[in-house]
Write a protein that binds this ligand. Structure first.
Ligand code: SAM
Length: 253
Protein backbone atom coordinates (compact mmCIF):
# COMPACT_ATOMS: atom_id res chain seq x y z
CA UNK A 1 0.00 0.00 0.00
CA UNK A 2 1.44 3.33 -1.07
CA UNK A 3 -0.02 6.43 0.56
CA UNK A 4 0.50 9.75 -1.25
CA UNK A 5 -0.52 12.79 0.78
CA UNK A 6 -1.03 16.29 -0.60
CA UNK A 7 -0.59 18.65 2.34
CA UNK A 8 0.76 21.99 3.54
CA UNK A 9 2.34 20.21 6.52
CA UNK A 10 4.24 17.13 5.28
CA UNK A 11 6.30 16.90 8.48
CA UNK A 12 3.11 16.35 10.48
CA UNK A 13 2.31 13.30 8.36
CA UNK A 14 5.87 11.97 8.21
CA UNK A 15 6.46 12.30 11.97
CA UNK A 16 3.22 10.60 12.96
CA UNK A 17 3.58 7.74 10.49
CA UNK A 18 7.23 7.09 11.48
CA UNK A 19 6.44 5.71 14.95
CA UNK A 20 4.97 2.54 16.45
CA UNK A 21 3.22 0.00 14.22
CA UNK A 22 3.04 2.22 11.12
CA UNK A 23 6.73 3.13 11.51
CA UNK A 24 7.66 -0.57 11.60
CA UNK A 25 5.38 -1.23 8.61
CA UNK A 26 7.19 1.48 6.61
CA UNK A 27 10.60 0.04 7.54
CA UNK A 28 9.45 -3.47 6.58
CA UNK A 29 8.11 -2.20 3.23
CA UNK A 30 4.46 -3.15 3.87
CA UNK A 31 3.39 0.48 3.39
CA UNK A 32 5.02 3.62 2.01
CA UNK A 33 4.26 7.22 2.94
CA UNK A 34 4.91 9.94 0.38
CA UNK A 35 3.91 13.35 1.76
CA UNK A 36 4.07 16.13 -0.84
CA UNK A 37 4.04 19.82 0.06
CA UNK A 38 1.41 21.68 -1.97
CA UNK A 39 3.33 24.89 -1.26
CA UNK A 40 6.15 23.64 -3.52
CA UNK A 41 3.74 24.07 -6.44
CA UNK A 42 2.92 27.74 -5.77
CA UNK A 43 3.70 29.94 -8.76
CA UNK A 44 4.58 33.14 -6.83
CA UNK A 45 7.74 34.20 -5.05
CA UNK A 46 6.12 34.17 -1.58
CA UNK A 47 4.90 30.59 -2.06
CA UNK A 48 1.35 31.63 -1.26
CA UNK A 49 -1.30 29.01 -1.92
CA UNK A 50 -4.39 30.73 -0.45
CA UNK A 51 -6.48 33.74 -1.35
CA UNK A 52 -9.66 35.57 -0.32
CA UNK A 53 -12.96 33.86 -1.11
CA UNK A 54 -15.03 35.30 -3.97
CA UNK A 55 -18.23 36.77 -2.56
CA UNK A 56 -16.50 37.68 0.71
CA UNK A 57 -16.86 35.89 4.02
CA UNK A 58 -14.47 34.71 6.69
CA UNK A 59 -11.06 33.12 6.14
CA UNK A 60 -8.96 32.13 3.16
CA UNK A 61 -9.36 29.46 0.49
CA UNK A 62 -6.63 27.24 -0.98
CA UNK A 63 -6.15 27.96 -4.67
CA UNK A 64 -6.87 25.41 -7.37
CA UNK A 65 -3.65 25.61 -9.40
CA UNK A 66 -1.02 24.54 -6.79
CA UNK A 67 -3.25 21.63 -5.72
CA UNK A 68 -3.73 20.58 -9.35
CA UNK A 69 -0.01 20.79 -10.16
CA UNK A 70 0.83 18.79 -7.05
CA UNK A 71 -1.69 16.13 -8.11
CA UNK A 72 -0.32 15.98 -11.67
CA UNK A 73 3.20 15.53 -10.31
CA UNK A 74 2.13 12.63 -8.07
CA UNK A 75 0.32 11.02 -11.01
CA UNK A 76 3.39 11.49 -13.25
CA UNK A 77 5.61 9.82 -10.62
CA UNK A 78 3.15 6.95 -10.25
CA UNK A 79 3.08 6.47 -13.99
CA UNK A 80 6.93 6.49 -14.09
CA UNK A 81 6.78 3.70 -11.50
CA UNK A 82 4.55 1.66 -13.79
CA UNK A 83 1.26 2.34 -11.97
CA UNK A 84 -1.43 2.63 -14.63
CA UNK A 85 -4.52 1.76 -12.54
CA UNK A 86 -6.85 4.65 -11.66
CA UNK A 87 -5.91 5.92 -8.19
CA UNK A 88 -8.58 7.06 -5.73
CA UNK A 89 -8.18 10.66 -4.57
CA UNK A 90 -9.69 11.17 -1.13
CA UNK A 91 -10.48 14.72 -0.04
CA UNK A 92 -10.70 14.88 3.74
CA UNK A 93 -13.72 17.03 4.42
CA UNK A 94 -16.33 17.47 7.16
CA UNK A 95 -18.83 17.30 4.28
CA UNK A 96 -17.80 13.76 3.27
CA UNK A 97 -19.10 10.30 4.04
CA UNK A 98 -18.24 9.42 7.64
CA UNK A 99 -15.28 7.02 7.78
CA UNK A 100 -15.91 3.50 9.08
CA UNK A 101 -14.13 0.16 9.49
CA UNK A 102 -16.00 -1.15 6.45
CA UNK A 103 -14.68 1.74 4.33
CA UNK A 104 -11.18 1.04 5.67
CA UNK A 105 -11.50 -2.58 4.55
CA UNK A 106 -12.42 -1.46 1.02
CA UNK A 107 -9.57 1.06 0.84
CA UNK A 108 -7.12 -1.58 2.13
CA UNK A 109 -7.68 -3.48 -1.13
CA UNK A 110 -6.13 -0.63 -3.17
CA UNK A 111 -2.39 -0.50 -3.94
CA UNK A 112 -2.23 3.31 -3.99
CA UNK A 113 -4.30 6.04 -2.35
CA UNK A 114 -3.97 9.80 -2.66
CA UNK A 115 -5.14 11.97 0.26
CA UNK A 116 -5.83 15.66 -0.19
CA UNK A 117 -5.65 17.68 3.05
CA UNK A 118 -7.41 21.03 3.07
CA UNK A 119 -6.63 23.95 5.35
CA UNK A 120 -8.12 27.38 6.15
CA UNK A 121 -11.71 27.47 4.86
CA UNK A 122 -11.09 24.67 2.37
CA UNK A 123 -10.09 24.36 -1.29
CA UNK A 124 -11.35 26.00 -4.50
CA UNK A 125 -14.28 23.84 -5.62
CA UNK A 126 -13.11 23.65 -9.26
CA UNK A 127 -10.02 21.57 -8.53
CA UNK A 128 -12.02 19.28 -6.25
CA UNK A 129 -14.41 18.64 -9.15
CA UNK A 130 -11.44 17.88 -11.36
CA UNK A 131 -9.49 15.38 -9.24
CA UNK A 132 -11.43 14.09 -6.21
CA UNK A 133 -13.08 10.66 -6.35
CA UNK A 134 -14.10 10.28 -2.67
CA UNK A 135 -15.11 12.80 0.01
CA UNK A 136 -14.46 11.42 3.49
CA UNK A 137 -15.08 12.90 6.95
CA UNK A 138 -13.85 11.47 10.25
CA UNK A 139 -16.85 12.78 12.18
CA UNK A 140 -19.33 15.59 12.61
CA UNK A 141 -16.93 18.23 13.88
CA UNK A 142 -14.57 20.67 12.18
CA UNK A 143 -10.77 20.46 12.47
CA UNK A 144 -8.25 23.06 11.30
CA UNK A 145 -6.86 20.81 8.57
CA UNK A 146 -7.11 17.46 6.82
CA UNK A 147 -3.80 16.09 8.18
CA UNK A 148 -5.21 14.48 11.34
CA UNK A 149 -8.12 12.94 9.42
CA UNK A 150 -5.67 11.58 6.80
CA UNK A 151 -3.55 10.11 9.60
CA UNK A 152 -6.63 8.54 11.20
CA UNK A 153 -7.50 6.93 7.88
CA UNK A 154 -3.96 5.76 7.07
CA UNK A 155 -3.50 4.29 10.55
CA UNK A 156 -6.78 2.36 10.28
CA UNK A 157 -6.12 1.16 6.72
CA UNK A 158 -2.50 0.18 7.48
CA UNK A 159 -3.63 -2.25 10.20
CA UNK A 160 -5.57 -4.13 7.52
CA UNK A 161 -2.66 -4.43 5.10
CA UNK A 162 -1.28 -8.00 5.25
CA UNK A 163 1.88 -8.22 7.34
CA UNK A 164 1.43 -4.93 9.22
CA UNK A 165 0.06 -6.49 12.42
CA UNK A 166 2.02 -9.37 13.90
CA UNK A 167 -1.14 -11.42 14.14
CA UNK A 168 -3.47 -10.77 11.18
CA UNK A 169 -6.34 -12.41 13.09
CA UNK A 170 -6.41 -9.54 15.55
CA UNK A 171 -7.74 -7.08 12.92
CA UNK A 172 -10.42 -9.58 11.92
CA UNK A 173 -11.86 -10.00 15.42
CA UNK A 174 -11.66 -6.38 16.47
CA UNK A 175 -14.55 -4.01 17.10
CA UNK A 176 -16.69 -3.16 14.03
CA UNK A 177 -15.27 -5.96 11.86
CA UNK A 178 -18.66 -7.72 11.90
CA UNK A 179 -20.73 -4.83 13.25
CA UNK A 180 -19.95 -6.07 16.76
CA UNK A 181 -17.73 -4.60 19.47
CA UNK A 182 -14.90 -6.73 20.76
CA UNK A 183 -15.18 -8.68 24.03
CA UNK A 184 -13.33 -7.38 27.15
CA UNK A 185 -9.61 -8.18 27.41
CA UNK A 186 -7.50 -9.13 30.45
CA UNK A 187 -3.79 -9.71 31.10
CA UNK A 188 -1.59 -10.63 34.05
CA UNK A 189 -1.90 -10.63 37.05
CA UNK A 190 -4.77 -13.07 37.46
CA UNK A 191 -6.09 -11.00 40.37
CA UNK A 192 -5.87 -7.21 40.52
CA UNK A 193 -7.44 -4.85 43.05
CA UNK A 194 -9.67 -7.65 44.36
CA UNK A 195 -10.93 -8.47 40.83
CA UNK A 196 -10.30 -11.84 39.21
CA UNK A 197 -9.99 -12.66 35.54
CA UNK A 198 -13.15 -14.51 34.33
CA UNK A 199 -12.39 -18.23 35.01
CA UNK A 200 -13.30 -19.30 31.44
CA UNK A 201 -10.22 -17.46 30.16
CA UNK A 202 -8.02 -19.76 32.23
CA UNK A 203 -9.85 -22.93 31.18
CA UNK A 204 -7.94 -23.60 27.95
CA UNK A 205 -11.22 -24.95 26.52
CA UNK A 206 -11.42 -23.46 23.00
CA UNK A 207 -15.13 -24.16 22.53
CA UNK A 208 -16.06 -22.50 25.82
CA UNK A 209 -13.75 -19.61 25.04
CA UNK A 210 -15.29 -19.02 21.60
CA UNK A 211 -18.79 -19.06 23.16
CA UNK A 212 -17.74 -16.64 25.88
CA UNK A 213 -16.10 -14.23 23.37
CA UNK A 214 -19.23 -14.24 21.22
CA UNK A 215 -21.58 -13.74 24.18
CA UNK A 216 -19.49 -10.88 25.63
CA UNK A 217 -19.29 -9.27 22.22
CA UNK A 218 -23.09 -9.40 21.90
CA UNK A 219 -23.64 -8.03 25.44
CA UNK A 220 -21.18 -5.20 24.88
CA UNK A 221 -22.60 -4.19 21.51
CA UNK A 222 -26.21 -4.37 22.74
CA UNK A 223 -25.49 -2.20 25.76
CA UNK A 224 -23.03 0.30 24.24
CA UNK A 225 -23.78 0.46 20.49
CA UNK A 226 -27.17 -1.13 19.80
CA UNK A 227 -27.30 0.81 16.50
CA UNK A 228 -24.65 -1.56 15.09
CA UNK A 229 -26.74 -4.68 15.63
CA UNK A 230 -29.09 -4.00 12.74
CA UNK A 231 -26.30 -4.91 10.28
CA UNK A 232 -24.70 -7.70 12.35
CA UNK A 233 -25.17 -11.27 11.22
CA UNK A 234 -26.90 -13.02 14.18
CA UNK A 235 -28.80 -16.25 14.72
CA UNK A 236 -32.45 -15.98 15.82
CA UNK A 237 -31.46 -16.96 19.33
CA UNK A 238 -28.74 -14.31 19.41
CA UNK A 239 -31.10 -11.67 18.06
CA UNK A 240 -33.60 -12.38 20.88
CA UNK A 241 -30.72 -12.24 23.38
CA UNK A 242 -29.42 -8.84 22.20
CA UNK A 243 -32.95 -7.41 22.02
CA UNK A 244 -33.49 -8.23 25.69
CA UNK A 245 -30.17 -6.55 26.63
CA UNK A 246 -30.79 -3.47 24.48
CA UNK A 247 -34.30 -3.16 25.97
CA UNK A 248 -32.83 -3.40 29.50
CA UNK A 249 -30.23 -0.72 28.67
CA UNK A 250 -32.95 1.60 27.28
CA UNK A 251 -35.04 1.18 30.45
CA UNK A 252 -31.98 1.82 32.60
CA UNK A 253 -31.17 5.06 30.74
N1 SAM B 1 -15.18 25.51 5.62
C1 SAM B 1 -15.23 24.07 5.67
C2 SAM B 1 -16.67 23.62 5.92
O1 SAM B 1 -17.39 24.33 6.63
O2 SAM B 1 -17.05 22.53 5.44
C3 SAM B 1 -14.32 23.54 6.78
C4 SAM B 1 -12.89 23.75 6.49
S1 SAM B 1 -11.82 23.07 7.73
C5 SAM B 1 -11.59 24.45 8.80
C6 SAM B 1 -10.28 22.95 6.93
C7 SAM B 1 -9.93 21.57 6.40
O3 SAM B 1 -9.88 20.65 7.46
C8 SAM B 1 -10.90 20.97 5.41
O4 SAM B 1 -10.66 21.42 4.12
C9 SAM B 1 -10.66 19.49 5.56
O5 SAM B 1 -9.59 19.06 4.74
C10 SAM B 1 -10.24 19.36 7.02
N2 SAM B 1 -11.31 18.87 7.92
C11 SAM B 1 -11.90 19.56 8.91
N3 SAM B 1 -12.79 18.82 9.58
C12 SAM B 1 -12.76 17.59 9.03
C13 SAM B 1 -13.44 16.38 9.28
N4 SAM B 1 -14.37 16.28 10.23
N5 SAM B 1 -13.14 15.31 8.53
C14 SAM B 1 -12.23 15.40 7.54
N6 SAM B 1 -11.55 16.53 7.25
C15 SAM B 1 -11.79 17.62 7.97
Amino acid sequence: MNFHIMTLFPEMIENAMAVSITGRAVKAGHISVHAVNIRDYAANKHNRVDDYPYGGGAGMVMQAEPVYRCYLDIMAQCSENGIDKKIKVIYLSPQGKVFSQQMAQQYAEEDNLIFLCGHYEGIDERVLEEIVTDYVSIGDYVLTGGELPALVMMDTISRLVPGVLNNDMSAQTESFSEYLLEYPQYTRPEEWNGKSVPPVLLSGNHKLLAEWYREQSLIRTASRRPDLLEKASLSEEERAFVCSIAEGARNYN
